[in-house]
Design a protein around this ligand. Structure first.
Ligand code: SR1
Ligand code: MG
Length: 407
């Protein structure tokens, strides 16, 4: 029998079954357990344990000591505690929009949560050209509740600072500082540049001093602005969906940073889906329908976010200065500018950096992928440089469509 209370080791499927039997009070003694490791992210191991007699199932998620994508990234397994604690907090702030968590084990660095196998990872679903009419509503509720309600606008300031302390996340922040804000904007050895895209990246990004200066400003904004408790990695691979349900998962990059980081990640990843559909869906009518739905979702997410944010501010703000006329609008404008900038950063870094997205890498043939990547970079650059002029949902869609028309 394995002793899970002595010291950490990385589990295999058989260990996860034994863990479920001996460490969880979830399955009956008569259960017939099977397990599959289903993690397809860059960092962790995700074990799905199922009782084949009853169909009951659970997820055990374990943090490994190095990233799966590359063992260059040595990471504290404390990220599993962060994930467990923030999922509990997010479930209080945005009930029903995250999986329920049941246990955190600091020795094995694993946590136990609901199995969402009746949902599908949103990136995959979008690449199959599915649409989710409920998504804009759900994700804007999630973002407004988690971002505004954890800020100094609403929280008592000393309590907020306790949260800043508890969610200090230096190693995962360093990944973002390097992979999002730095490496894609230079010819860095860790980048993974598709050869037909290289000349475009060199001329349009790496040689553009104005752009580099803006990325420096944004990097310092990311490092220094403890505005809201972010999810920190809110892309479509961190979201489970079905037609009437949205569940945000994987918040291990959580920390106090600029609120627009989360919103921008959502927008950029819907743009990847839009570009994927444009390149890969052969049937014209379906292609236009899906692209229109994605464009409408981008527009609605920005506009709904703004309306819900101001409504929640009216209802929940406690900070006395936040009630001065015009401050809510000023504050929100800052978040939308950051949203535009992060949309641009994410478009560039997923194209040139080490961590790609399948929406783009699966585009074939090569010429189509090269076109898609140039579109990502050209739009990305404009979202960064023109962020001061981008405010409404239609501004985001207009910039996307103008960039599309260029290639
Ligand atoms: C080393 S981790 C690479 C990327 O995967 C995560 O999901 C984050 O997006 C990170 O940047
Ligand atoms: Mg993740």
């Amino acid at each position: 029998m394995i002793d899970f209370t002595a010291h950490y080791f990385t589990m295999k499927e058989a260990d996860a079954i034994e863990y479920a039997r001996t460490m969880l009070d979830y399955f009956d003694a008569s259960s017939e357990l099977t397990c599959k490791e289903i993690g397809d992210g860059n960092l962790n191991y995700v074990f799905r344990v199922v009782d084949s007699k009853t169909g009951r199932s659970i997820i055990i998620k374990q943090a490994g000591p190095v990233a799966r994508i590359s063992d260059e990234f040595k990471l504290s397994t404390d990220r599993n505690r962060i994930e467990y604690e923030i999922l509990k907090l997010q479930n209080d702030l945005a009930p029903g929009l995250v999986p329920k968590v049941y246990k955190y084990d600091p020795i094995m660095s694993c946590c136990v949560m609901d199995d969402l196998s009746d949902h599908i990872i949103m990136r995959k679903a979008l690449m199959e050209h599915q649409s989710f009419p409920q998504f804009a509503e759900d994700i804007t509720t999630f973002m407004v509740n988690t971002l505004l309600l954890t800020s100094d606008v609403v929280m008592e300031h000393k309590t907020k600072k306790e949260l800043v302390k508890s969610f200090i996340n230096p190693e995962l922040c360093e990944i973002t500082e390097d992979l999002v804000y730095t490496e894609p904007f230079m010819d860095h050895p860790r980048n993974d540049v598709f050869p037909p895209t290289r000349a475009f990246a060199e001329a349009e990004l790496w040689a553009d001093k104005e752009l580099l200066l803006e990325t420096a400003k944004l990097k310092f904004e990311f490092m220094q602005n403890a505005q809201s408790l972010l999810h920190g990695d809110l892309h479509t691979g961190s979201i489970f969906v079905k037609k009437d349900s949205t569940k945000v998962i994987d918040p291990e990059f959580a920390f106090y940073g600029p609120a627009g980081y989360d919103v921008g990640n959502i927008i950029a990843n819907l743009i990847f889906a839009y570009i994927h559909t444009d390149a890969m869906l052969a049937e014209e009518v379906r292609k236009e329908e899906h692209k229109n739905w994605l464009a409408k979702s981008i527009e609605e997410i920005i506009d709904m976010f703004k309306v819900k944010f101001l409504d929640a501010w009216k209802e929940k703000a406690t900070e006395v200065a936040s009630r001065y006329e015009g401050f809510d609008q000023f504050y929100l404008e800052g978040i939308i500018k950051d949203t535009s900038a992060v949309t641009g950063l994410e478009l560039c870094r997923r194209t040139l950096g080490i961590a790609h997205v399948k929406d783009i890498t699966t585009i074939q043939p090569e010429e189509k992928r090269a076109r898609a990547e140039k579109l990502c970079l050209a739009a990305g650059k404009r979202f960064i440089l023109e962020r001061s002029n981008i405010s409404r949902g239609t501004d985001f869609v207009r910039l996307l469509k103008e960039s599309e028309a260029r290639f």
